[in-house]
Write a protein that binds this ligand. Structure first.
Ligand code: MN
Length: 201
């Protein structure tokens, strides 16, 4: 059974206080192609939130070290609650005392393509998610090409972890390290500090 994390989003948040989208907010600029988003989130611990549109919701993982372009670097991805489609364009500051308090940057965004095949046939994304076997081609500004996102056994019993792994293709590059070298928003060009500063005005 797939875990339904959809209601968690609303339950964790006070929409009279947070600047984040409400679950009913409409997503802007939808192209009809499925979307992926990577948000840099300067919360109590800095991390990257990786989100994939599957069946009209954003399935989400927190990636402590962010994505790598090096196929040898497996990045831990911890599943988090589903986010509404409108979150795919969100950038701002979540106020103190609220869930996930801190600055959120839209670090990368783009379309993705499902490339997971079983016996020559594409496996639907919902099935890939349920089986913990996702293979996608990302068309972002910073992150491109094939990535596998696979579920593994967690360290503690019952815990579920995933790994995000760059596939070997022309976009694989062990020398690039976009998490360290490409620090600005793809939405506004702002740094984390500038996003924070704008919110205070
Ligand atoms: Mn986060």
């Amino acid at each position: 059974m797939a875990k339904h994390r959809g209601t968690d989003y609303e339950g964790k948040r006070d929409f009279t206080r947070t600047t984040e989208p409400k679950p009913t907010d409409k997503a802007s600029g939808k192209t009809g192609k499925p979307l992926f988003v990577i948000q840099k989130h300067d919360a109590s611990t800095l991390h990257y939130d990786f989100r994939l549109e599957i069946d009209d919701t954003l399935k989400s993982w927190a990636i402590p070290k962010g994505p790598s372009t090096d196929p040898r670097q497996k990045r831990l991805a911890i599943p988090t609650e589903d986010h509404p489609m409108a979150y795919g364009d969100y950038e701002g500051v979540i106020p103190e005392g609220q869930y996930g308090a801190g600055t959120v940057m839209l670090w990368d965004q783009g379309e993705y393509e499902n490339i997971k095949k079983v016996k020559g046939t594409l496996m639907p994304m919902a099935a890939c998610y349920e089986q913990g076997q996702i293979e996608i081609n990302l068309k972002g500004k910073k992150i491109q090409g094939g990535y596998a996102l696979v579920r593994t056994k967690g360290i503690s019993k019952g815990a579920e972890n995933w790994l995000l792994i760059k596939m070997k293709d022309k976009y694989a590059d062990a020398r690039r390290n976009p998490v360290n070298t490409e620090n600005d928003s793809v939405k506004t060009g702002k740094s984390l500090r500038q996003i924070q500063h704008t919110a205070k005005k």
